[in-house]
Design a protein around this ligand. Sequence first.
Ligand code: 5GP
Length: 117
Amino acid sequence: MAEETIFSKIIRHEIPSDIRYQDDDVTVFADISPKAKVHLLIVPNKVIPSVNEIEDGDAALIGKMILTAKKIAKEMGFAENGYRLIINCGKDGGQEVPHLHLHLLGGEKLRIIGAGF
Ligand code: 5GP
């Protein structure tokens, strides 16, 4: 069983956070250190440490994370203008918290980062 992080405590409402959406599979909360006007984290409720540990049986769950991001962007009114979804993986990818999460950044024109992709 994968080790829990602070995100599991957020999912179980054991520590305060700005939860925007939750169901049996995923939880969405505001990033504590926002890098855009809107910066939310879409997190599976079960611990998957990183993309490297995703299994074939998780395919529907991973799809749901993306569909949830799409739904929230639409509900918040910035889907048409666009947004950015990011998953960092591992040390070189800049992943700080070893509980898979999809960053949803939007609500403004985002800076192009890195080589522009
Ligand atoms: P990573 O670098 O792992 O892709 O992203 C981790 C994100 O989690 C960072 O953007 C960081 O600001 C956010 N974060 C870390 N600890 C907490 C926390 O306790 N609460 C919330 N809401 N966000 C956190």
